[in-house]
Design a protein around this ligand. Structure first.
Ligand SMILES: CC/C=C\C/C=C\C[C@@H](O)/C=C/C=C/C=C\[C@@H](O)CCCC(=O)O
Ligand SMILES: [Zn+2]
Length: 576
């Protein structure tokens, strides 16, 4: 029995194995005219219908072997979209392979695609679009079984205005010009099986520059040089990932620097990681996000959570590998400081959700829950701390690192649950170092996996970098009483990493009104949720900033990606 509470599709009757996409991108109407062919196989006898996930799609026709099929869009479920019921002409027995062809177009109000006017791009002269399908937005790009339980290969043909370039989470295999339509046609192939949330498309005025033997960085022309130098260490990250895990399987690892409204730090779309332009700090100080996305090449993209309740298997593992990569490159002090910052953000999120909130469990129940509403640092940081704790109790990296490799070898290409993960961990330990089994038995499994709130164990990390921040804060605090402000200068934080400086949040928490214009500028210049959501929330909670937070959001709503706009709206406008 396959379980995924966040799909409306009949995943226990039928399974998609491959998708052919044909997209015609129409910037004037802000729609994608599309034809999708889904290759399916029945899992049981007597299958009479296929139910696909959709959200904000205009379905025109559905056919099988050239014969039109009856179909119906069910009433819209606010959280999960509209199920597309497709009536098959015959009852199919188990293991029957068949194709469904759906002719449809996307709608502007869909949540996967953000359409940008030229003014919203860096160059200001061409339109742009990009998709974000994780967690359950693929259904507003194409009708599909929108579940990470199934993995599909895909091919795509994408027609775009001739001056623009299309990129996808796949390998480009062709590029032709259609002189008649004044369009360009790009062809892509993703031969490795991936879950639907990793289908990704971007179209814009894009140029590429090679930054390594298997990597090209793509951006608008204006930022290509700065992006190429910011990300020049990409190959080193991949190489360390390969040493830690298994050979990199995806052939290319390209990076696409998105316009400012991209709602996440990065998104691990295979062959083509999407990143926020806020990473272009000029000093490589934020490239840990690239190490994170590269780590997803194994954790998440090869070994995938089977539903969103086990999201920590993607993110906890990825943070764990990311910190190993950064530790190998810059030393443990820096990566352990990241772990301390991560613990703090876990504390903040658990406080925000409430320590008894069931969504703060590592494996939360997501029936009737929109995964976006459950998003927090819990799967990332509680997940990381859990793996760090296991590493410690079984004897350290010497024991844990061979197990990490074996984990990827065992599960590559599969979608797994926390139970699958735990069974394999036990079998590996019992086989390779049975003397450590007792240590595994002593882990507080239930508390780690199922209890809400902070983890049952607090790991110890190197405090060197944290101490510098705490000492400065203590000096500031003392100076408050004796008004001895002259002893401070910007030199105090000259050597701090960006992680050590979180100025705007500190000021808002201290109810310091003069920071307001800077906060407004920052939250309207870029749309990364990790930055803008806490700042909007904190501004909204200040004594004098609540109206400013609301009006700033209302006046800039169209700047934000639909996912970010929905979340900020819930944070500050729909609070109880
Ligand atoms: C307890 C949480 C359980 C399930 C949530 C499932 C999916 C979360 C969904 O809302 C989508 C997440 C997409 C994340 C994409 C990239 C991130 O890893 C970026 C992290 C934040 C950042 O660095 O900006
Ligand atoms: Zn991630």
């Amino acid at each position: 029995m396959i379980y995924d509470p966040n799909t409306l599709s009949n995943i226990n009757e039928v399974k998609t194995t491959h998708i052919d996409l044909n997209f015609n991108v129409d910037f004037e109407r802000k729609i994608i005219d599309a034809l999708v062919t889904l290759k399916l196989v029945t899992l049981v006898d007597n299958v009479e219908q296929v139910i696909l996930d959709t959200r904000c799609l205009n379905i025109k026709s559905v056919s099988c072997s050239g014969v039109q099929l009856k179909h119906q869009l069910a009433d819209r479920n606010e959280k999960f979209g509209s199920a597309l019921h497709i009536q098959l002409n015959n009852k199919l027995s188990a293991n029957t392979e068949f194709d469904l062809v759906v002719n449809y177009n996307t709608l502007e109000q869909g949540t996967a695609v953000q359409w940008l006017e030229p003014i919203q791009t860096t160059g200001k002269s061409h339109p742009y679009l990009f998709t974000q399908c994780q967690a359950i937005h693929a259904r507003s790009l194409l009708p599909c079984q929108d579940t990470p339980a199934f993995k599909i290969s895909y091919n795509a043909i994408v027609e775009v205005p001739t001056l623009l370039r299309a990129l996808m989470s796949a390998i480009e295999v062709g590029e032709t010009i259609n002189v008649q339509n004044n369009t360009k046609i790009y062809k892509f192939e993703q031969t490795i099986k991936i879950p639907s949330y990793l289908i990704a498309l971007a179209v814009g005025n894009l140029v590429g520059k090679e930054i390594g033997p298997r990597s090209t960085v793509w951006t608008e022309p204006e930022v290509i040089e700065s992006a190429a130098s910011e990300f020049e260490d990409t190959e080193q990250f991949i190489a360390i990932g390969e040493q830690l895990l298994t050979p990199y399987e995806w052939k290319k690892y390209d990076l696409l620097v998105l316009p400012a409204s991209f709602p996440y730090g990065g998104m691990e779309n295979p062959c083509l990681t999407f990143v926020t332009p806020t990473l272009l700090a000029g000093d490589k100080s934020l490239v840990d996000v690239v190490a994170h996305e590269i780590s997803h090449s194994w954790m998440g993209n090869l070994v995938t959570t089977s539903n969103w309740e086990h999201f920590w298997l993607n993110e906890g593992w990825t943070v764990f590998i990311e910190r190993k990569i950064m530790g190998r490159l810059h030393g443990d002090k820096e990566s352990e400081f990241d772990a301390i910052i991560g613990w703090r953000s876990l504390e903040q999120d658990i406080k925000l959700f409430g320590p008894d909130n069931a969504l703060t469990a590592l494996t939360p129940k997501l029936k009737d829950v929109d995964p976006d509403d459950s998003f927090s640092s819990v799967p990332y940081e509680k997940g990381f701390n859990f793996l760090y704790h296991i590493q410690k109790v079984i004897g350290g990296p010497e024991y844990f690192e061979p197990y990490m490799k074996a984990h990827v070898q065992e599960f590559a290409g599969k979608s797994i649950t926390t139970d699958d993960w735990r069974k394999f961990l036990y079998s590996f330990v019992e086989k390779n170092f049975p003397e450590k089994k007792a240590a595994l038995d002593n882990i507080k499994w239930d508390d780690w996996l199922h209890a809400p709130g902070m983890p049952p164990v607090k790991n110890e990390f190197d405090q060197t970098l944290a101490k510098a921040c705490i000492e400065l804060a203590e000096r500031w605090n003392c100076a408050r009483n004796n008004k001895a402000f002259d002893e401070f200068s910007s030199a105090d934080i000259e050597n701090f990493t960006p992680g050590q400086k979180r100025w705007q949040q500190v000021c808002l928490k201290a109810d310091y009104d003069p920071i307001f214009p800077y906060v407004v500028k920052f939250v309207t210049e870029q749309g990364r949720m990790k930055y803008v959501r806490p700042l909007y929330r904190l501004l909204n909670q200040t004594t004098n900033g609540s109206e400013l937070a609301k009006s700033t959001f209302k006046n800039n709503r169209s700047f934000y990606h639909p996912i970010a706009a929905a979340m900020i709206e819930k944070d500050i406008l729909k609070e109880c």
